[in-house]
Ligand binder design. Structure first.
Ligand SMILES: NC(=O)C1=CN([C@@H]2O[C@H](COP(=O)(O)OP(=O)(O)OC[C@H]3O[C@@H](n4cnc5c(N)ncnc54)[C@H](O)[C@@H]3O)[C@@H](O)[C@H]2O)C=CC1
Ligand SMILES: O=C(O)C(=O)[C@H](O)COP(=O)(O)O
Length: 377
């Protein structure tokens, strides 16, 4: 049994080698000759998996250690009889914490209270749903737009995208990329939407680059200097527009989902699906894999205000650590992918135990995703 795994998939070698011979390969471009005798192929979002890649190859199972699946031609895999599994929700917490890190930074820079802003969430799935809960836990008003869920009759106060644009101070996109169909999300944020954003609005895209028309965004930013923009994803990648990068407030190399926990969950979800496919089910608890974090415990002695929340959040992850390196190297070919492959360890808020002196603060911190406990001494 030969299993190809993307080299940017932590723990893949040790897990998949329980079931066969593992070869770690670059995902972009994938060395095609290695597919000639491969039974399993485990990729990330940078590898297009379709007929052109796999026709005539012996691969029987494809796994992607990602939430997004727009790089996979699922219809072709199905008709070719190739099993497929993704990793839904694996890195949702990481994206939520990226968004929080960015918002807390912009709030401090521009001197506003998050609680005084309304956040419009477009796409209320694993990422958007968790973001809603954490923002509401902090007392921030949210507005939700998710036409597929609204059409399914899911509970929730779902609004139109136009309503969010009209009312939200912060608009954040968390949809899959659909190039066509009833829920097409390609260029969902087009020139008209961008021009209609409220004065001093903040636009965030941490889902897929083409959900925001990047050429239109560049033109709009030349006219609307009041807008603030956070982009983790670009149209296209890896050759993003340097002019656009110059004009955004925070720009990162598609790393919003890159916590160690998020990547490890991606690997274990796909590994477990592969084992099911082989008829040898296995469960891998994350605690078996993850190392001790750099900071594991702090004591909060005062009240939890926005400035304190920012310091706590940024102790675990400050988005500026990813913005500066991209600006430094973006003009050089290959550097976008190198930044992603050599990504320095990043953990989730839950890795930080926060010891508190009152139960209300502990409960709020837990609702925000930290691991809080009451100091009874
Ligand atoms: N920057 C990064 O590192 C990461 C990016 N992503 C991207 O974010 C996307 C969302 O992630 P999850 O929340 O985990 O996916 P999910 O599938 O759990 O949720 C997506 C939600 O978007 C909704 N939706 C679909 N089409 C829509 C439309 N046209 N307008 C509004 N809502 C729509 C769906 O009904 C669903 O509720 C992924 O598909 C992926 O492309 C995900 C993880 C990491
Ligand atoms: O899960 C997703 O969807 C993502 O966007 C991933 O975080 C992207 O990471 P790579 O698969 O490109 O390493």
């Amino acid at each position: 049994m030969k299993i190809l795994v993307d080299e940017n998939m932590p723990y893949a070698r040790e897990l998949f080698s329980r079931t066969g011979q593992v070869l770690a390969v670059p995902g972009r471009p994938l060395p095609q000759r290695e597919l000639e005798d491969a039974d399993g192929l485990m990729v990330r979002s940078v590898t297009q998996v379709d007929e052109a890649l796999l026709a005539g190859k012996p691969v029987k199972f494809v796994g992607t250690a990602t939430a997004g699946t727009d790089h996979i031609d699922e219809a072709w895999l199905e008709q070719a009889g190739i099993a497929f599994s993704a990793a839904p929700g694996c890195n949702a917490i990481a994206v939520v914490e990226y968004v929080f890190s960015a918002l807390l930074l912009l709030a401090e820079r521009d001197g506003f209270a998050l609680r005084d802003r309304t956040v419009g969430i477009v796409g209320v799935g694993n990422v958007g749903g968790r973001l809603q809960k954490r923002l509401e836990a902090w007392g921030v008003k949210t507005l939700l737009c998710d036409p597929p869920r609204a059409d399914r009759g899911d509970a929730g106060d779902f609004r139109s995208l136009d309503a969010l644009v009209a009312e939200a101070d912060i608009l954040t996109f968390h949809t899959p990329l659909f190039k066509e169909g009833p829920y097409k999300s390609w260029h969902l944020a087009d020139a008209a939407l961008l021009m209609a954003l409220k004065p001093h609005a903040i636009l965030i895209n941490a889902c897929r680059g083409p959900v925001v028309d990047n050429a239109a965004l560049l033109e709009v930013l030349k006219m609307r200097r009041d807008l603030s923009v956070v982009l983790d994803v670009w149209e296209p990648e890896p050759a993003l527009s340097l002019d656009l990068l110059d004009r955004v407030d925070i720009g990162t190399a598609h790393i919003a989902g890159y916590t160690l926990e998020g990547k490890a969950r991606g690997t274990t979800q796909v590994f477990e699906a592969w084992c099911d496919f082989l008829g040898q089910p296995q469960q891998v608890p994350l605690s078996e894999l993850l190392p001790t974090p750099e900071f594991s415990s702090v004591t909060l002695n005062g009240p939890l205000d926005q400035a304190t929340l920012k310091r706590l959040a940024h102790l675990v992850y400050d988005v500026r650590r990813d913005d500066a390196p991209l600006r430094k190297v973006a003009a050089k070919p290959g550097e976008f992918d190198r930044l992603r492959k050599t990504y320095e360890e990043r953990r989730e808020w839950s890795s930080l135990e926060v010891i508190c002196h009152d139960a209300e603060t502990a409960s709020l911190l837990n609702a925000l995703g930290f691991c809080a406990r009451l100091n009874n001494s």
